[in-house]
Design a protein around this ligand. Structure first.
Ligand SMILES: Cc1cc2nc3c(=O)[nH]c(=O)nc-3n(C[C@H](O)[C@H](O)[C@H](O)COP(=O)(O)OP(=O)(O)OC[C@H]3O[C@@H](n4cnc5c(N)ncnc54)[C@H](O)[C@@H]3O)c2cc1C
Length: 88
């Protein structure tokens, strides 16, 4: 599980999350996405990697609440965790 280190609300339904994921931060390329699960048994949700900080070992995701999984994700706060896996 990977910890949320920053959360910002951009609008009513759009949130930014910065998540600890050092290996993904190091190897990601423009246009890549991650598959995020809110918990180990959660639905698999593709989300574009909007940015990465190799020094901090974090990736940035911008998420729009549209249905169940994105609502569950957007309800999480700093210090809680998600499970991203890398896709390219
Ligand atoms: C490669 C890829 C990259 C993606 N990157 C991002 C990203 O960076 N940020 C992000 O917020 N989303 C992104 N998405 C979309 C995201 O995966 C879905 O919004 C998410 O899986 C919805 O899951 P849910 O369970 O919340 O909603 P669901 O229950 O699956 O959907 C609820 C309802 O919303 C509709 N819906 C689903 N997605 C959208 C949408 N994006 N806009 C309008 N209506 C929608 C569905 O048709 C359905 O009627 C990406 C999708 C793909 C395939």
């Amino acid at each position: 599980m990977n910890k949320i280190v920053r959360k910002e609300q951009f609008s009513e339904k759009v949130f930014l999350f910065e998540i600890e994921a050092p290996l993904i931060a190091k190897s990601r390329k423009a246009g890549n996405f991650v598959i995020v699960r809110v918990d180990q048994r959660g639905e698999r949700m593709p989300l574009t990697i909007a940015g990465a900080d190799i020094d901090k070992g974090t990736i940035t995701l911008v998420v729009q609440m549209v249905g169940l999984s994105s609502k569950k994700l957007c309800a999480l706060n700093v210090g809680e965790s998600v499970a991203p896996s890398y896709r390219h």
